[in-house]
Design a protein around this ligand. Structure first.
Ligand code: MG
Length: 246
């Protein structure tokens, strides 16, 4: 009778497999213990989380400047700042790069105007990339210019607008652009926008500086630039603005 010869490596492989079945890899192998995330206490209600930098809490306009670099001229009433039409945009005295930004805004309860002339403002990230603020409740306009659009670049996924006179929230996650040494953009900026708790911009690429006329393009700037709020001649109000630097 002929004897079957089995190569040694087949026997070793077979025994190894048996051993592995008997002793599966320890769960510790896939556990990562470092780094330990910093503890952040979440805000209660609309309060900011513990590591946020408060940009406006309703008590003062400190940290906000007008276009001339003077203290901002918004009216401050009932913990709310309201654009004084015609006085120009205001901006933070400090610069920011990659951020999570929370702000609450309200367009006038009495509707005046239509299209882009109804409750228009805007938050300019790094002083140049606008997320549109507009009363877009039953107010047709070009969709890449309605509320929560990246102005003239990205139409919001849905229209999550509340009605005129109601407070609305933006939660914005912004990644600043990176530039090459020659000044050309290396990595474009990206933005995610949550409007009243609804995702409306999902990590979209920003094409360049916001332009009213013509196509956007990048121009080199520093890694930290102010956050600017637009005066578009409408009585738009703001409250509870805070930022987390990422
Ligand atoms: Mg605007």
């Amino acid at each position: 009778m002929k004897q079957l010869s089995v190569p040694l490596f087949v026997i070793v492989f077979f025994l190894n497999t048996l051993a592995m079945k008997a002793q599966p890899p320890a769960h510790e192998v896939t556990e990562v213990w470092e780094p330990v995330p910093e503890v952040v206490t979440p805000g209660v209600g609309t309060a900011p989380p513990s590591d946020a930098k408060v940009l406006f809490d309703g008590t003062s306009m400190d940290g906000w400047l007008d276009r001339n670099g003077d203290p901002a001229g918004c009216t401050l009433e009932d913990c709310v700042m309201t654009v004084v039409p015609g006085t120009g945009d205001i901006h933070t005295s400090r610069g920011f790069g990659d951020i999570q930004l929370h702000l609450e805004w309200r367009t006038p309860g009495v509707v005046v105007g239509e299209c882009q002339g109804r409750g228009n403002s805007g938050v300019f990230l790094m002083n140049r990339y606008e997320v549109q603020i507009l009363d877009s409740y039953e107010n047709p306009t070009y969709p890449n210019g309605q509320a929560a659009s990246v102005y003239k670049q990205h139409i919001p996924l849905v229209n999550a607008s509340r009605g005129p006179g109601e407070w609305q929230t933006y939660d914005i996650i912004f990644t600043a652009p990176r530039f090459n040494e020659d000044g050309r953009v290396a990595i474009p900026a990206r933005v995610t926008v949550i409007h009243n708790g609804v995702l409306v911009q999902n990590n979209v690429e920003i094409w360049g500086e916001t332009e009213f006329i013509g196509l956007p393009s990048y121009k080199e700037h520093s890694m930290r630039e102010p956050i600017r709020l637009q005066d578009h001649n409408d009585l738009v109000s703001f409250r509870n603005i805070w930022v987390r630097e990422l």
